[in-house]
Design a protein around this ligand. Structure first.
Ligand SMILES: Nc1nc2c(ncn2[C@@H]2O[C@H](COP(=O)(O)OP(=O)(O)OP(=O)(O)O)[C@@H](O)[C@H]2O)c(=O)[nH]1
Ligand SMILES: [Mg+2]
Length: 223
């Protein structure tokens, strides 16, 4: 009983900071996506490809969450996305305070789109609001089609699903149709992208979606 009370308090404090972050991002008309998935589902690779598609036309920025190392932050900086690496030192998710601190490093007036890559984990990140506008869950084919059923909160609390590594169809891994169907069973409102970052499948649709988010946010600021 006591533990439940403590957790509720932690989440409440987190939500207040997340609301502050969202207001700040709205003020600067910067849409923010929180990318979540199991370790290795392809979050950083998708962001690397996204940089190639968008960085000529939009100013991107990223906050990169990992338990340890700055490997992913270095990958994103290398493709021209200014990135702040956050190490949780063992924590299985980012929280709003980490995002608030990391945001000090960006000029939001010169940023069109902000990505947060959460710590690879299909459970904990789903509980913590980071002040993002869109929660994106990646599910890669090799993880198996049962994952949405076994880890429902992540799929329920996201609004976008990226079915990743679709080039691996036929590798005796989870099937694409069943992965999609199971995710939609948990959350029928999910907007779904089928993507292969290595082969380029679905990247145009993904990039178009991101461009539309930016336009919508800037229009919202003018209205
Ligand atoms: N076949 C295939 N492999 C991919 C694809 N996208 C990523 N990979 C590979 O999957 C592995 C993990 O990719 P990352 O992008 O580092 O995954 P991640 O989700 O950022 O991993 P963490 O940050 O550790 O959680 C790498 O070896 C990538 O080359 C894809 O579309 N197809
Ligand atoms: Mg990564």
């Amino acid at each position: 009983m006591k533990e439940v009370k403590v957790l509720t308090k932690v989440l409440k404090a987190n939500d207040m900071i997340a609301a502050e972050i969202r207001s700040l991002l709205d003020l600067h008309a910067v849409p923010c996506l929180n990318l979540m998935s199991s370790p290795g589902a392809g979050k950083t690779t998708l962001l690397e490809k996204t940089a190639k598609l968008l960085s000529g036309s939009l100013s991107l920025a990223a906050i990169e969450g990992d338990v340890a190392t700055s490997l992913d932050g270095e990958r994103l900086n290398a493709v021209g996305i200014p990135t702040v690496q956050v190490n949780t030192g063992g924590g299985c998710h980012l929280d709003a305070t980490m995002i608030k601190d990391a945001l000090q490093n960006f000029d939001l007036d010169k940023t069109d789109l902000l990505f947060i890559e959460n710590v690879g984990n299909l459970i904990c990140p789903s509980t913590f609001d980071l002040g993002e506008h869109v929660r994106v869950v990646l599910l890669s084919l090799p993880e198996g089609e049962d994952k949405p059923l076994k880890y429902p909160a992540m799929f329920l609390n996201s609004s976008v699903l990226v079915l990743s590594k679709v080039d691996m169809v036929g590798w005796n891994v989870g099937t694409l149709a069943a992965s999609r169907a199971n995710a939609l069973k948990v959350n029928p409102r999910l907007k779904v992208f089928e993507v292969s970052s290595t082969e380029g499948t679905g990247l145009k649709e993904w990039a178009d979606y991101l461009r539309a988010l930016v336009v919508e946010k800037k229009r919202g600021k003018r209205d």
